[in-house]
Design a protein around this ligand. Structure first.
Ligand SMILES: Cc1cc2nc3c(=O)[nH]c(=O)nc-3n(C[C@H](O)[C@H](O)[C@H](O)COP(=O)(O)OP(=O)(O)OC[C@H]3O[C@@H](n4cnc5c(N)ncnc54)[C@H](O)[C@@H]3O)c2cc1C
Ligand code: FES
Length: 368
């Protein structure tokens, strides 16, 4: 593939939507983590807010499947972007990416989206807390601060299993060795199985450890990402120390946390029970412009569910308003949108909604 970057001034910039990209590089970071770098066929400047994510649209064994991945690169190097994926035992997409995705392969991505970013939550003193592959959004933010010479005071605390599992270890060591206001702390649960000892912080992150690493953590803006038990422990630790949680931001990698799944099931059950009792006047009409088909649904049901009832398949990945995959235009009417950062204020102002988490307040006409 040849790319013409001779005129960067006229190069298009990336906007939230569906894009076709080509894998141009694969980097083995650790035994079970790989970075995949992508470029567009047409030159595109991949600008986004460090911390945001994309959703991959894949076809695996004839089945269309979507998964969200944080952009691990920084928009300061905008001609390509990367994702860093951990292989999960029996995980459908992560294993497929590791085993099948190679240089030259083309795929579709949706995004970039996400509220977990350092542009929407600016601060001069930061504390980044990551566990395992949860390092990806924080790495994007750190690369951005480093490359743009940002005047920030940054403590970065990364927890992992063994020294061999430290993702981006050399790059982290390089960046953090060059700036006096950047401080890196790594916590390893164990020595490496092959015998490499770990002389640094050991075990799980604790409050006394954090107080040693960043004594002024209470005054910092905190960004946290990691496995659920890790983030639960961090939240408890911070609350116990009286941290003002308005300055705490976190990203969940679990596509649909169990608690949410239970809520959804509960909601669906409530809706079913209520179905027999519902007053006809309460029903909302949802019309889809592409087919001019329409359906009447209860106010508790989503626009996405309405589409499914009449055989329209709006692409969907997370089902909880974080990935932006199910975005559609709202031509008329009003919805209650209970999203989790998968749509920008600009998109909302332009009349877009996330169909998976939008419930009609009036009759609506949807552009799909
Ligand atoms: C906003 C966001 C950003 C993300 N960023 C990243 C990132 O930067 N890097 C990254 O690696 N991941 C990231 N993720 C997670 C990613 O989207 C996927 O969820 C992850 O790769 C697992 O997908 P999978 O298809 O491999 O696993 P799945 O097939 O979805 O399985 C998930 C887990 O469930 C287990 N499982 C599956 N089926 C069963 C079953 N029947 N019974 C019991 N257990 C089962 C699997 O073993 C696996 O451990 C992000 C997620 C979100 C929402
Ligand atoms: S499917 Fe992810 S936002 Fe709707």
């Amino acid at each position: 593939m040849t790319m013409d970057f001779s005129n960067p001034v006229n190069t298009q910039t990336w906007t939230n939507g569906r894009h076709t990209v080509r894998c141009v590089k694969v980097i083995q970071e650790t035994a079970d983590v790989r970075t995949f770098c992508f470029m567009s066929e047409q030159p595109v400047m991949f600008f986004f807010k460090p911390g945001q994510f994309v959703t991959l649209e894949l076809e695996i064994d004839g089945e269309s499947i979507m998964r969200s991945y944080t952009i691990s690169s920084s928009p300061s190097i905008p001609y390509s972007f990367s994702i860093t994926v951990k292989r999960l035992p029996a995980g459908k997409v992560s294993n497929w990416l590791h085993d099948q995705l190679g240089i030259g392969d083309v795929l579709a991505v949706h995004g970039p989206v996400g509220n977990f970013n350092v542009i929407d939550h600016p601060a001069e003193k930061l504390l980044m807390l990551s566990g395992g592959v949860g390092i990806t959004p924080l790495m994007s933010m750190t690369r951005w601060f480093f490359d743009t010479n940002a005047a920030v005071d940054l403590h970065f605390v990364h927890s992992t299993r063994t020294p061999h599992d430290i993702i981006y270890h050399r790059e982290l060591a390089h960046m953090f060795s060059r700036l006096p206001d950047f401080t890196l702390h790594i916590v390893c649960e164990n020595d490496d199985k092959k015998g490499e000892p770990w002389a640094g912080f050991r075990g799980f992150l604790t409050a006394p450890m954090l107080e040693l690493m960043a004594p002024d953590f209470i005054d910092r803006e905190i960004f946290c990402c990691g496995p659920e038990p890790y983030m639960n422990a961090v939240r408890n630790l911070l609350r116990d120390r009286g941290f003002d949680m308005a300055h705490y931001h976190e990203e969940h990698f679990d596509a649909t946390p169990a608690a949410v799944r239970e809520d959804v099931i509960e909601l669906a059950e409530q809706a079913e029970v209520a179905a027999g009792e519902v007053d006809e006047a309460e029903l909302r009409q949802v019309e889809f412009t592409s087919t001019q088909k329409s359906v009447r649904i209860q106010p508790t049901e989503t626009v996405h569910a309405a589409a499914a009832k009449i055989g329209l398949h709006i692409p969907k990945a997370c089902g909880m308003g974080i990935c932006g995959t199910c975005r559609v235009g709202l031509k008329s009417g009003e919805v209650e949108m209970d999203h989790n950062g998968g749509i920008t204020e600009e998109d909302i102002a332009d009349g877009y909604i996330l169909s998976c988490c939008s419930r009609p307040k009036t009759d609506v006409v949807v552009d799909f």
